[in-house]
Design a protein around this ligand. Structure first.
Ligand SMILES: [Zn+2]
Length: 265
């Protein structure tokens, strides 16, 4: 069957429009911003240890590896490590109990596993490299609120919305739409937001990983309250959520450095 060029283009566009979006992480920028912020809070011991593991690769540049490997099916087992889906209406203790009971691989239990691989003297160079790259990525994901959201809509992937007129979904808006909209490189972005107060630093560093999940989970409630299927999101949505977005990225970086500093002293 011969198709005219315009018909072919039209068909391809139609097919692309209906492929379910399988976004599952901050986009490239979000992860790099978290890595870049973290660099500024590392102890000298941590810097040395990271250099031994990653060589010249910065935390920012190591942060996307976990997404790049999705192209290789031998890494499919890692796909659930990027998020944890939770039931609705849990309180703090409910979230903590859920996380303690949940045995399926998720962002919460795998962050802990990566920390123990990095702490173990017997881990070899390859194991440490993978663990550090995954840790950098997953601490970022933990701060993308739609990664601690609802199972029923796959963390907002099934909440279809438009973003500045283009087809999108709630998960994707938080992965990429809002971050990209700021029109900053990852280094510019990190510089622009990296001004926490002493009180913020103290508070952010003092909470447990489970409380960290609960905090993201609470932000999810605010997001669901303001975002519904078929919403046309644009300027106003940015206005409503840009401060939350920036705080999540900053917190992610501060906490990543904190976790790494606790590993290496
Ligand atoms: Zn991810």
């Amino acid at each position: 069957m011969k198709l005219s060029k315009s018909l072919k283009v039209g068909l391809i566009m139609a097919i692309c429009a209906y492929i379910p979006v399988n976004a599952s992480a901050w986009g490239m920028l979000g992860h790099r911003i978290v890595g870049q912020v973290a660099e500024s809070y590392l102890s000298s011991k941590s810097r040395k240890a990271i250099k031994n593991i990653l060589g010249e690769e910065s935390l920012a540049m190591s942060a996307n590896w976990a997404d790049f490997i999705k192209s290789d099916s031998s890494y499919n087992y890692l796909s659930s490590w990027h998020y944890v889906n939770l039931p609705e209406n849990l309180d703090r203790q409910g979230v903590i109990s859920f996380l303690e009971k949940e045995k399926q691989p998720n962002v919460y239990n795998k962050i802990q596993e990566m920390i123990s691989i990095l702490k173990k003297k017997e881990s070899n160079a390859d194991e440490k490299k993978m663990a550090l790259r995954m840790l950098v990525h997953m601490v970022g994901d933990l701060h993308q609120p739609m990664h601690t959201a609802r199972k029923e809509d796959l963390g907002g992937n099934k909440v279809y919305v438009s973003w500045f007129g283009g087809r999108s979904n709630l998960h994707k808006v938080w992965d990429e739409g809002l971050v990209d909209y700021q029109q900053l490189s990852y280094t510019e972005y990190a510089t622009a937001i990296n001004h926490p107060t002493k009180a913020q630093l103290k508070a952010w560093r003092s909470i447990s990983l489970a409380e960290n999940v609960f905090e993201s989970y609470q932000l999810v409630d605010k997001i669901y309250a303001k975002t519904h299927a078929d919403d046309k999101l644009s300027y106003r949505y940015n206005f409503d959520f840009v401060d939350h977005l920036n705080e999540q990225l900053l917190k992610g970086g501060v906490r990543l450095a904190n976790i790494i500093n606790e590993i290496y002293g």
